[in-house]
Structures are given as structure tokens and as C-alpha cells.
Design a protein around this ligand. Structure first.
Ligand SMILES: C[S@@+](CC[C@H](N)C(=O)[O-])C[C@H]1O[C@@H](n2cnc3c(N)ncnc32)[C@H](O)[C@@H]1O
Length: 388
């Protein structure tokens, strides 16, 4: 159909100049604000095509734009639906609602293709990578974490607004990124937080008995982990910092909405020595990382990724930890976490901490694998500073 061809042509025009320097979401927003002719259905379809193109990751890169996009659409769609007319009879007749079958079909058409080629970095991971690689072909869900005591408020509000949701563990799963800002008091009633990220709170649960009081979230971003730590451990005296001044503004706003009191908030570049003013009983070090465990949400990052970046992040992470640990009190805890699947950023970083700071004892480390539940895959480790 001609209108589908127009969408494909627009997606090709956009992606022929997009270089991955800015998140695709922002790039498309800018593009559409400069190209007002696209109505809301056009924007939605073109956005879908661009994301689908990147979902094939590092696979099928030798194909033409159109061929790769169609192969990616074929792989990603459970039902060819409105895209049917783009495919040959052979493709349509062999379409299966089962992802495995579609992968087999595409591997038959393009010899050499395998799901592993989508994310060809299994050698850098601590677990088998094929299912993880396949998960890029499915859009992750959006998850909410209900704030303590707000369960009924949240489920009632979603039900009233006819938003389908499911309880998954302690999290609420929404099928797509619906705008819930007008329906819920975001941050006060519920926080948008991936279900795997919510599970990092489980590592903090045993600390509740220890009456942990002073907490420093040293790479706080917009405060997801700060709010989680407050909900698990309150009352706490919270210090937050981040290197980006722009984020500090959002952080302040979000913690206010979440009614999380903050004792101190400051900008700090932790690749250099800092003085937060005191020692802490818990430091949350949710370091900057490749983000590889979250790329099913931002598949453009996988497409433009090169493995040299792993070492760049690994050394940044070591530097941050080295500047933070002097501010940990004795008998106190470090929660180290990433949203990466790479060993160098995870298990190797923990090994480095133990070697460089022999008084740091590993309590537990965990790769939190969400890819079977359409959630992120993260890593978290809890270490304790023994008395020296
Ligand atoms: C993974 S994010 C933290 C996410 C946050 N904990 C949450 O749950 O929402 C990592 C943060 O580290 C910050 N960061 C990057 N380089 C840094 C540095 N040199 N010193 C301190 N923070 C840094 C980034 O600005 C980013 O906000």
C-alpha cells in the first residue's frame, strides 16, 4: 500500500542521518516538531518503524535499509497485521505467532542469521546470551512500583482510567508506555521503575534490622534508588549527589513529589576526591554504565555500540568507587549496581573493590535477569566494610 511505503521512506530518511549521538526518542521528537505535516498516526507508525529497525541490533547489517527493516518487522510482529502487504507470499504464508519459528524462517532466508547475532557479546557476559539477544525483538513493559500504603489508590486509579495492568511480583506491569501522569500522583503514589530495578531493594531489606541511618546516593540521577532506599529503610538521613547540574534540578523536584526528605544535595564529579561532609552507613553507588541490560528499551544504543566502550565504563566505575569508599563508615554497606550485563562492569568491578579495599566483604551479588519478563537485566552487589 502506498501509505506504508511513505512511512518506510520517511523512516529511511530519518535513519540515514541519525548517528545515535542523542537518544532516538529525543531525535524523533525534534524531527516531528520541525516537520509538522506528520499527524499523530504518522508519528506513531514512523516511530515504530525506526525502533523496529534497531531491534535487529547487530544482525542483518549487510542488507539494504528496506530489506533489513522488513526482516526486523517480520521478526518483531506476532501478527503481520497492517504490514502484510509489504511481504511476499512466502513470508506471509510462513508467518508464525511463535518468535522461535519466525527466527528460523529468517535464518532460512538469510543464511548466517541467528538470534545471537543481534547481541554478539556473549563472551563479555556472565550468563548464556541467546535468550537475552532474542529479547531485543520484544518491546519491554513499563513497570510501576507502588509506594508503601498506596496500593489501593494506584489500582483503583488504573481501573477507573481503564488502563490494563498486571501484578508481577510486587510490581505493576503496563503493556505500553501509557501516559499515567494525569491518572496517578506520580512519585507520591507510584514510581515508574523497572521491575528488576525494584528488586535491588531486596538486597537492602536485611539492613532494615540494622537501623541504617545515614545514606548517600552518590550517582543519584533523578532519584529512583533514593526513593526505593527510603521506602525500604525509613527513617533515613539522605544525602544525594550527581555530576550533572541539570539532573540535580529534576532530582529536587522528584524527591519533593515523593515526599522523601533530603539532608544534603550537591553536585559532585566522583572521578575526583570529594568531601560529602561525613561518613555514611550505606552508600548507594548506581554507577554510570553501558546500560546494556536496558537496551531493549533503547535498541539504537545496541546498534551504535562498540565493545571498546566497556573498558571506558569499567575504568570510570573503578574511579568512582575509589573516591566514594573513603566516605563509608566501618561496619557499613556499599550497594554497587549497574544496568549492564557485562562482566567487566559487574563481577569484575566487585573483584576490583575486594582487591583494592581488602576490608570490603562481599555479602551477596546478583544478576537480576528480567529479559524473560520483558523487563531490564541489572546487576547489584552488597558489600560490607569490616572493622579495620
Ligand atoms: C545509572 S545512573 C543512576 C540512576 C539512579 N540511581 C536511579 O535509580 O534513577 C548513573 C548516574 O551517574 C551519574 N554520573 C556519571 N558520571 C559521574 C561522575 N563522574 N560522578 C558522579 N556521578 C556521575 C550520571 O549523571 C547518572 O545520573
Amino acid at each position: 500500500m502506498q501509505w506504508l511505503e511513505k512511512y518506510i521512506a520517511t523512516a529511511e530518511k530519518i535513519l540515514s542521518v541519525y548517528d545515535g549521538a542523542m537518544p532516538l526518542q529525543h531525535y524523533l521528537k525534534n524531527y516531528f516538531s520541525q516537520n509538522k505535516k506528520h499527524g499523530s498516526r504518522d508519528r506513531k507508525t514512523i516511530t515504530h518503524l525506526c525502533y523496529t529497525y534497531f531491534r535487529a541490533g547487530k544482525a542483518l547489517t549487510a542488507l539494504s535499509f528496506r530489506e533489513r527493516l522488513l526482516a526486523a518487522l517480520y521478526l518483531c510482529e506476532n501478527d503481520p497485521g497492517k504490514w502484510k502487504s509489504l511481504f511476499s507470499n512466502e513470508f506471509v504464508d510462513n508467518h508464525s505467532p511463535v518468535l522461535e519459528e519466525r527466527i528460523k524462517f529468517i535464518a532460512n532466508i538469510y543464511p548466517g542469521f541467528s538470534a545471537k547475532n543481534i547481541f554478539p557479546f556473549e563472551d563479555e557476559m556472565s550468563f548464556a546470551g541467546e535468550s537475552f539477544a532474542r529479547s531485543f525483538l520484544v518491546q519491554p513493559k513499563t513497570f510501576l512500583r507502588i509506594r508503601p500504603g498506596r496500593s489501593k489508590t494506584v489500582t483503583d486509579a488504573l481501573t477507573r482510567a481503564s488502563i490494563p495492568f498486571e501484578h508481577e511480583g510486587g510490581a505493576i506491569a503496563l503493556e505500553s508506555a501509557v501516559n499515567i501522569a494525569g491518572i496517578l500522583k506520580l512519585n507520591a503514589d507510584a514510581v515508574v521503575q523497572d521491575s528488576s530495578s525494584q528488586k535491588t531493594g531486596d538486597l537492602l531489606l536485611p539492613l532494615k534490622q540494622e537501623n541504617i541511618c545515614s545514606v548517600w546516593d552518590c550517582c543519584a540521577a533523578s532519584g529512583g534508588k533514593s526513593i526505593l532506599a527510603f521506602d525500604v529503610l525509613k527513617p533515613i538521613r539522605l544525602t544525594v549527589s550527581d555530576v550533572r547540574p541539570s539532573i540535580i534540578h529534576n532530582l529536587k523536584k522528584r524527591l519533593r513529589e515523593a515526599r522523601v526528605p533530603v539532608e544534603k544535595m550537591f553536585k559532585a564529579d566522583l572521578t575526583k576526591p570529594v568531601d560529602p561532609g561525613c561518613k555514611f552507613e550505606l552508600i548507594i553507588c548506581d554507577v554510570p554504565c553501558t546500560g546494556s541490560g536496558t537496551w531493549a528499551r533503547t535498541p539504537e544504543q545496541l546498534y551504535f555500540f562498540n565493545r571498546e566502550k566497556i573498558d571506558v565504563y569499567a575504568s570510570l566505575q573503578k574511579s568512582i568507587v575509589q573516591h566514594v569508599l573513603p566516605h563509608l563508615a566501618e561496619d557499613s554497606y556499599l550497594l554497587y549496581s549497574t544496568c549492564s550485563v557485562f562482566i567487566k562492569e559487574n563481577e569484575d568491578a566487585v573483584r576490583f573493590i575486594q582487591q583494592a579495599f581488602p576490608f570490603m566483604e562481599l555479602i551477596q551479588q546478583q544478576s537480576i535477569r528480567g529479559y524473560h519478563q520483558r523487563a531490564d537485566t541489572l546487576f547489584a552487589a552488597l558489600l560490607k566494610k569490616r572493622k579495620i
